[in-house]
Design a protein around this ligand. Structure first.
Ligand code: THU
Length: 165
């Protein structure tokens, strides 16, 4: 028997930053500051990411490029490497992402690449906590509750059937 299934997801869209809650805005501002520190001489596309941990600590990261292009790292993986290495017991509850060109913040919201989605998925599995994902452009901010919506049918530790701590 052949079945056609559909996967739908909902997200919240905000057109004005004044409509955002203050803790969300705080995280977006931290990501904007981080974007300014990006090392992106090749693409000139600066991405900033910030993570709020359950303890309330905010960690930031930015993309870091390399003349050997594949050696570069995205802002999302940069911030998660930072938080996992320095606060392994603390759990990310929200992740904000912003992007900038030479003209400033992009109008459109940034969208995490596939590798970053996979890494966010691993962090949700590691901690057992969903991460609120905030994609913030100049004119629009999207809020998505958990990576599952951005990475349906994801491959994670469940597929490996290995006993992990
Ligand atoms: N980039 C990120 O930092 N995050 C993403 O999710 C997409 C792309 C960076 C990688 C590279 O330094 C630049 O943006 C252009 O692709």
């Amino acid at each position: 028997m052949i079945r056609t299934n559909n996967i739908a997801f909902s997200y919240r869209e905000y057109e004005k930053t004044e409509e955002l809650e203050s803790d969300t805005m705080e995280l977006i501002i931290a990501a904007r500051k981080a974007a300014l520190t990006a090392y992106a001489p090749y693409s000139k596309f600066k991405v900033g990411a910030s993570v709020r941990l359950t303890s309330g600590i905010i960690i930031t990261g930015a993309n870091v490029e390399n003349a050997a292009f594949p050696c570069g790292i995205c802002a999302e993986r940069s911030v998660l490497s930072n938080s996992i290495s320095n606060y392994p017991e603390d759990k990310p509850i929200a992740l904000a992402i912003v992007s900038m060109t030479e003209d400033g913040l992009t109008n459109d919201f940034p969208s995490p690449c596939g590798s970053c989605r996979q890494v966010i998925s691993e962090e949700e599995s590691r901690t057992g906590n969903k991460i609120k994902i905030i994609l913030s452009g100049k004119n629009k901010t999207l809020i998505i509750d958990g990576i599952g919506s951005l990475l349906p049918l994801q491959f994670n530790r469940e597929n490996l059937k290995i006993n992990l701590p």
